[in-house]
Design a protein around this ligand. Structure first.
Ligand code: PEP
Ligand code: MG
Length: 570
C-alpha cells in the first residue's frame, strides 16, 4: 500500500516531489590532524564545490527571482574568495588543524566580530558569513546545504522538524506540502502552515519511509501521504482538489459580510497574524480586525531585537489597516517552541513550563518597555488592544500594568500623540488564571482564551507530541467546562471575551463557543470564510439546552457525540 497514515495538521491537498530536508549539526573534529596536505586539499575542494554551488544559485535566482536575490550570492562569492580569510584558514591548517575546524574557527571569529558591532548592516553580514561557513563545512563533509527559500519546483518537504523561521522563508507557490516527524495541530509550524495554506502532516519516522525526489500526494484533510500514486489516485485527488477550490470560490462571496448567526447575532471573526506580510490575506478575506498579532515573529531570524522605531512602524501599519476594528497586539511570547538565539535563554527540561513570555519580559523589562512604548505611540493610528501572554498570577498582571502606565506617562509628558482608549487585556491560557478568572476579570478590559496552551496545561499533554493527540484536545470535558466558566466570569464583570487559540476555528466546536457567549473568535485568515459560512447556519437561540448537555459530558466520546447534534461540516 502506498498510503502512509499520519496526523493532518494543515488542511488541503498538494502534489509534488519529495525533498528530504536534513539539518546537520556541525560536529568538530577532535585533536589535531596528522596530514596537512590532505586537509589543505579538502579545503581547496570545498572551496571549489561551494563556488560551483554559489554560481548555480546566481544563475538560478537570476532566472526565477530578482537581481537583488542574485546579488546576495555574488557577495557570498566575494567573501568566499577573500584573501585574508583564505590565508588565515591555510595558516590554521599548516598548524595541524583539521580543515573543518580551521574553517569553523576563522569564520566564527569574523562572525562574532561582525555580530557584536552596533550596526545593522554589519550584523546582517555576520549572517552571510554564517551561511558561507555552513556551505563550506557541508562541502568538506561531502554534503550540500538546501536553501528552502530558493525551491522553485512543486515540492513536498519531508523533515524531522521545521522551525517557524524556516517556514517563514518558504515560497508558497512551490511548496505543496510539509511533512514533519515532530509537532501537532497547535505547534507554531502547523499554525504557520495553515496561515500560508500549505497542507501539512505529522508522520512518525517519515524520513525513513520516503526517498528523495519521489512523486507524492499530500492530503492534509484525512492525514494521508501517498507515494508514487496510481493514475486512479491522481484522478481522485485532482477531483477532490477541484471541489475544494469550488467551495473556496463559493465562500469568497462572504468576504464583505459581517460574521453573524442565522438569528442575526454578531460575533467578530478576526485574524491571527504573525508578520506584517499576513496582513494582505487578512484584508482579502474581510477579517473583522486582528485578534492576535504574535509579535515574537518580529524578533526572529535576525541578530538583535527590533528597535522601538522599527516596531512602531509595523504596529502603525497594522493599526491603520483596520480603522473600524480592534487590533489586539500581544507582547513578546517567547520560549516554548519559539526560541530567539540572541536572547539569553536557559536550557530547560520543560520549556513550555519554563521561563516563557511574560516571565521573561518581567525579568528583562527593557525589552517589554521598548515594545510598550512602540505600541502606545502607534495607538494613535487605530483601535489598539494590548494583550499580555502566559499570565498566571494577579501580581504579574498588576506589575505589567504598572510598567505600562509608567511608559505611557513618560510619553504623555513628551506630548506624544496617544489614543485615549487603549484596552489592556490578557490571554487566558494557564489554568491558574482560568480558575481565578473572576478575579482577573477585575484587572483587565478583556480576555482572550488561548486554547492551544490551556489545553496542554489542563490535560498535562505536550502540544508538540504527536503521540498524545487523543489526550491533547480542546474537546476534553475539563477544557470545555473551564472555558465556559471563563466566559461566564467575563460576562459577570462586563468585559469582552475572545478566543485566539486554534479551537476557535474548529467548526465542530463553533456552536459551543457561540452558545457560551463568546464575543470574538480569532483564527488564521485561511479559516475565516469557512467559519463565517458555518456561523450563518447556526441558530444561537436554540443552543442553550444542548450546551448544558455537552457540559455535563463525563468522557471525550460523550462530548464528541453531543457535538455531532449541531455539526455543520460542509
Ligand atoms: C494559545 O496558546 O492558544 C495561543 C493562541 O498562543 P500561542 O499558540 O502563540 O502559544
Ligand atoms: Mg499560548
Amino acid at each position: 500500500m502506498n498510503e502512509i497514515k499520519g496526523i493532518g495538521v494543515s488542511e488541503g491537498i498538494g502534489f509534488g516531489k519529495s525533498l528530504i530536508y536534513v539539518k546537520e549539526e556541525i560536529i568538530l573534529e577532535k585533536g589535531k590532524s596528522k596530514d596537512q596536505i590532505l586537509q589543505l586539499n579538502k579545503y581547496n575542494e570545498a572551496l571549489k564545490t561551494t563556488e560551483k554551488e554559489l554560481k548555480h544559485l546566481i544563475s538560478h535566482t537570476n532566472e526565477t527571482m530578482s537581481q537583488d536575490e542574485s546579488a546576495i550570492f555574488q557577495a557570498h562569492l566575494m567573501i568566499l574568495d577573500d584573501p585574508e580569510i583564505k590565508e588565515n584558514i591555510e595558516k590554521e591548517i599548516a598548524n595541524n588543524e583539521y580543515a573543518l575546524n580551521a574553517i569553523h574557527k576563522i569564520y566564527s571569529s569574523y562572525i562574532d566580530m561582525f555580530s557584536q558591532m552596533d550596526n545593522d548592516y554589519m550584523n546582517e553580514r555576520a549572517l552571510d558569513l554564517k551561511d558561507i561557513m555552513t556551505k563550506l563545512i557541508y562541502a568538506v563533509n561531502g554534503k550540500k546545504t538546501i536553501d528552502l527559500s530558493k525551491i522553485c519546483k512543486d515540492t513536498i518537504i519531508i523533515s524531522e522538524d521545521l522551525l517557524p523561521s524556516e517556514i517563514a522563508k518558504l515560497n508558497k507557490k512551490y511548496i505543496k506540502g510539509i511533512v514533519t516527524e515532530k509537532g501537532g495541530k497547535t505547534s507554531h509550524t502547523a499554525i504557520m502552515a495553515r496561515t500560508l495554506e500549505i497542507p501539512a502532516l505529522v508522520i512518525n519516522n517519515i524520513s525513513k519511509l520516503v526517498k528523495d525526489n519521489t512523486d507524492l500526494i499530500i492530503d492534509g484533510n484525512k492525514g494521508v501521504l501517498i507515494s508514487n500514486p496510481s493514475n486512479k489516485q491522481v484522478l481522485y485527488y485532482k477531483n477532490t482538489k477541484t471541489k475544494e477550490l469550488e467551495f473556496k470560490t463559493k465562500i469568497l462571496t462572504l468576504k464583505n459580510e459581517r460574521s453573524k448567526t442565522k438569528d442575526n447575532k454578531y460575533i467578530h471573526i478576526a485574524s491571527n497574524i504573525g508578520t506584517e506580510k499576513d496582513l494582505k490575506h487578512a484584508l482579502e478575506v474581510g477579517a473583522e480586525g486582528i485578534g492576535l498579532f504574535r509579535t515574537e515573529f518580529l524578533f526572529m531570524d535576525r541578530k538583535k531585537a527590533p528597535s522601538e522605531e522599527e516596531q512602531f512602524e509595523v504596529y502603525k501599519k497594522i493599526l491603520s489597516s483596520f480603522p473600524n476594528h480592534k487590533v489586539v497586539i500581544r507582547t513578546l511570547d517567547i520560549g516554548g517552541d519559539k526560541k530567539i538565539p540572541y536572547m539569553d535563554f536557559p536550557n530547560e527540561l520543560n520549556p513550555f513550563l519554563g521561563f516563557r513570555a511574560i516571565r521573561y519580559c518581567l525579568e528583562n523589562d527593557d525589552v517589554l518597555r521598548t515594545q510598550l512604548r512602540a505600541l502606545i505611540r502607534a495607538s494613535y493610528f487605530g483601535n489598539l488592544s494590548i494583550m499580555f501572554p502566559m499570565i498566571s498570577m494577579i501580581e504579574e498582571i498588576r506589575k505589567v500594568k504598572e510598567i505600562y502606565n509608567e511608559e505611557k506617562e513618560k510619553l504623555q509628558k513628551k506630548s506624544e500623540k496617544i489614543s485615549n482608549k487603549i484596552e489592556i487585556g490578557m490571554m487566558i491560557e494557564v489554568p491558574s488564571a482560568a480558575i481565578m478568572a473572576n478575579d482577573f476579570a477585575k484587572e483587565v478590559d478583556f480576555f482572550s482564551i488561548g486554547t492551544n496552551d490551556l489545553t496542554q496545561y489542563v490535560t498535562a499533554s505536550d502540544r508538540m507530541n504527536p503521540k498524545l493527540i487523543n489526550i491533547y484536545t480542546p474537546l476534553q470535558p475539563a477544557v470545555i467546562n473551564l472555558i465556559a466558566n471563563v466566559i461566564k466570569a467575563g460576562k459577570n464583570n462586563d468585559i469582552w471575551v475572545g478566543m485566539c487559540g486554534e479551537a476557535g476555528a474548529n467548526s465542530l466546536l463553533l456552536p459551543l463557543w457561540i452558545s457560551m457567549g463568546i464575543d470574538e473568535l480569532s483564527m488564521s485568515s485561511s479559516s475565516i470564510l469557512k467559519a463565517r459560512f458555518t456561523m450563518k447556519q447556526i441558530d444561537s437561540s436554540k443552543l442553550k439546552k444542548w450546551k448544558e448537555k455537552v457540559l455535563l459530558s463525563k468522557t471525550l466520546d460523550q462530548v464528541k457525540d453531543s457535538l455531532k447534534v449541531h455539526s455543520y461540516e460542509n
